[in-house]
Write a protein that binds this ligand. Structure first.
Ligand code: ZN
Length: 306
């Protein structure tokens, strides 16, 4: 007889999940730990009704928040050719494929034109779920083309930043996008057209170091992490404890790095007002046309409409 051996099987934990709530019906707010009904959250633009925690939005949700109705998407099919044939833990090609499967996008940004409170505007929105919203050649090219399109049409540009920075897997080619986009923004500035940068959580690395900080107005969402290097890296380098709230919107506006911190629910109205102030011509919402162009499935070039 085995005295010290468990001859009986221990009670197995039940294979069933403890929670029977269908997944995706409720979410727990990381800000205040409240349980929020998903539909309520969506109706509130994914801002917690209790503590105003801003949940992350996808690129297409961003466009939906900003545009009045339909929009026209551009350069949807541009895709990376993996110029360095890069492999880290896994090949870059398979990371691209995973990003594509997770988001339905070919790369980490959506570029579209539409109306913001009646003002014809070109908007680029970064997609964090696509390799951390990183900026490679495709993102750089799409944003550059967006700015050039805005110059052609004489309309303002809004870029919603949400990115871990330049894309490591494209090396120096990613870094070159910083200069390329900045150059295009300089031409936009010369054409006297407004550019508003919207900084959301997170905006870091090469994106912060280029177009995210080049807006005529740099507007951030509350409590967004905005910085160049991550706080851990900085702490290890300077061997000092960083102050509370370091690299958050509220900290940065205090230091003069931002112009405004705006709640997402007021973002569209603030942008529209700022664009009007900066001279963007737009129809009053009442006189805006009712016929609009829907986003074409595969168009690389827009159906040229008005
Ligand atoms: Zn909350």
């Amino acid at each position: 007889m085995a005295w010290f051996k468990k001859t009986r099987k221990p009670i197995a934990p039940s294979a069933e999940k403890a929670s029977r709530v269908p997944e995706g019906l409720w979410v727990k707010c990381p800000g205040c730990s409240q349980i929020i009904y998903n539909k309520d959250l969506a109706a509130n633009l994914s801002v917690c009704p209790k503590c105003a925690h801003h949940f992350r939005l996808t690129a297409s949700e961003r466009l939906r928040v900003l545009f009045d109705d339909e929009w026209t998407e551009y350069d949807r099919d541009l895709t990376s050719t993996d110029p360095l044939r890069f492999t880290d833990l896994k090949p870059y090609k398979s990371r691209l494929k995973a990003g594509f499967e997770a988001t339905g996008l070919k790369d980490g940004v959506i570029v579209a034109s539409g109306q913001i409170d009646g003002i014809e505007t070109i908007v680029a929105a970064q997609e964090y779920a696509f390799i951390g919203g990183s900026m490679g050649v495709v993102v750089g090219e799409k944003i550059t083309r967006a700015i050039e399109r805005a110059i052609e049409r004489r309309c303002p540009v809004v870029i919603v930043c949400c990115s871990g920075g330049a894309r490591m897997m494209e090396g120096a080619l990613s870094l070159m996008q910083m200069a390329k986009i900045s150059g295009a923004l300089a031409r936009l500035d010369k054409a006297r057209l407004p550019y508003i940068a919207v900084l959301t959580d997170p905006t870091t690395g090469g994106v912060t170091a280029s177009f995210a900080m080049l807006g005529d107005l740099n507007i951030a969402e509350p409590k967004a992490q905005i910085g160049f290097a991550g706080p851990r890296v900085i702490e290890q380098t300077i061997r000092q404890k960083l102050p509370e709230g370091f690299q958050r919107s509220e900290f940065l506006i205090e230091k003069g790095m931002l112009d405004l911190v705006v709640d997402r629910r007021e973002m569209k109205a603030v942008i529209a007002r700022a664009l009007r102030f900066m001279g963007a011509k737009g129809m009053s919402p009442a006189s805006a046309p009712t016929t609009t162009v829907t986003a074409p499935e595969t168009a690389t070039e827009p159906a040229t409409q008005s």
